[in-house]
Ligand binder design. Structure first.
Ligand SMILES: [Zn+2]
Length: 115
């Protein structure tokens, strides 16, 4: 499963961060998943929880931020949620718009216990 690999690399990054900070405990990790990232947020969460459960990382929490597709208008620069094709600019009605977000798969933040 694709999501298992992603969950694993998230946990690798968390362990790495903890090592850099002399074993500080990471409490929460925020990950942004775009609509177009070809990742199912629910299975990512499931895999993450399966890996964390019973491990030294418990009780690490995953904060998934789901990012819908967005387009930017080439004419007026408006950025808008692109839910239905054709992606027409709500400001100027132009159909010349380009993808401006929704394909992200990245770390947002880590919350680390104060020591
Ligand atoms: Zn526009």
């Amino acid at each position: 499963m694709h999501e298992m690999g992603i969950a694993n690399s998230v946990l690798d990054a968390v362990r790495h961060e903890s090592e850099i900070r002399q074993g500080a405990r990471v409490l929460k990790v925020g990950v942004r998943v775009g609509e177009l990232a070809a990742v199912d947020p629910e299975s990512l969460r499931f895999c993450f929880e399966a890996l964390v459960s019973g491990s030294d990382l418990e009780p690490l929490v995953l904060d998934l931020e789901y990012c819908p597709r967005r387009n930017r208008c080439r004419h007026c620069g408006e950025i808008f949620p692109a839910t239905e094709f054709p992606f027409t600019c709500p400001q100027c009605n132009s159909e010349e718009t380009v993808l401006a977000g929704g394909d992200e798969l990245e770390f947002a933040y880590m919350e680390i216990e104060e020591t």
